[in-house]
Design a protein around this ligand. Structure first.
Ligand code: SAH
Length: 281
């Protein structure tokens, strides 16, 4: 099923060109989103971890508001299943038109859209009633108001559009792939963090200690990050860490050399707190 690691390794496999040329939404679905049938048990465990933490963050810890922006949504909607109960509107986004189109297929109920129902049912079960999954799908379709082009390497990731700062910005497994090294990661983080209102929240799902992942037949580089590096970078851009949790995973080399996934929730300091030096350490 997989090509292994050869074939796409020559040359520079980082950067936007690589995504435009080689990111294959169908291959990505097959490898990472076939919940319950995943090629790797570690991947199912990862998806459960992410869905459970998102459920906890929004439904139990009560992070809510008017607008949530999801940065680097890819062709995926699973990361928005809990959020649609806590935000009036969601803006999804990605660099690639083919990913935005794939998401639009699901939003418009195209028969060729990816079938997310196993994950939708799982989230409904977490919320108390697995049988409400058709309503949940409709709710999410109503709540995603826009699917925009974004580029995290730009100071304004939505350039030339100006999107008002949001109550919450979520980004799952995007910044690492979009950044060739840690300085680039910190800069992308700063760009994404600028989209959060003072007092609002930033939620990151972070592949830890990874240098690559496969999507379809192609290999994409990941910026290697450890929890401490991310926490320091998030504080540097004006946030307090609310929580950071880790799940160790055992992925086959044909998927990724990732060691763990981090789930981080941070809150943007109010300007007044920063100015008076009251921001927490
Ligand atoms: N968040 C989704 C997809 C992660 S895959 C999920 O959890 O399943 C990584 C995504 O980052 C891809 O969709 C890719 O197109 C996007 N990406 C890569 N470089 C980017 C950039 N510079 N700006 C925005 N998105 C980018």
């Amino acid at each position: 099923m997989f090509c292994g690691l050869q074939g796409t390794m020559e040359g520079d496999f980082t950067g936007k060109e690589m995504y435009h040329l080689n990111f294959d939404p169908k291959g990505y679905f097959n490898m990472y989103k076939s919940f319950g049938l995943s090629v790797s048990p570690g991947n199912d465990e990862r998806l459960r971890f992410i869905l459970e933490r998102l459920h906890k963050t929004f439904a139990l810890d009560g992070i809510r508001g008017d607008t949530l922006i999801d940065i680097g949504s890819g062709p995926s909607i699973y990361q928005l299943l809990s959020a649609c109960e806590s935000f009036k509107e969601i803006i999804a986004s990605d660099l690639l038109e083919k990913n935005r189109e794939e998401m639009q297929k699901w939003l418009k109920k195209d028969p060729e859209a990816f079938d997310w129902t196993p994950m939708v049912k799982y989230v409904c079960q977490l919320e108390g009633d697995r049988e409400t999954w058709p309503e949940k799908q409709e709710k999410l379709r109503r709540t995603v108001k826009q699917v925009l082009k974004c580029d995290v390497t730009l100071a304004n990731p939505f350039h030339p559009l100006v999107v008002p700062p949001a109550d919450c910005v979520l980004s799952s497994c995007c910044l690492e792939g979009a950044s060739k090294d840690f300085p680039a990661y910190r800069s992308a983080l700063k760009n994404v963090a600028s989209l959060v209102k003072p007092g609002g929240h930033l939620i990151l799902v972070i592949p830890l200690e990874a240098t690559y992942y496969m999507a379809g037949q192609s290999k994409f580089s990941d910026c290697f990050v450890k929890p401490e590096m991310v926490k320091v970078a998030v504080k540097e851009v004006g946030f307090d860490i609310v929580c950071f949790e880790n799940l160790n995973v055992d992925f086959p080399v044909a998927l990724s050399d990732v060691k763990a996934f981090g789930f981080l929730v941070a809150q943007k300091c109010n300007k007044a707190e920063v100015a008076t030096g009251k921001a927490k350490e």
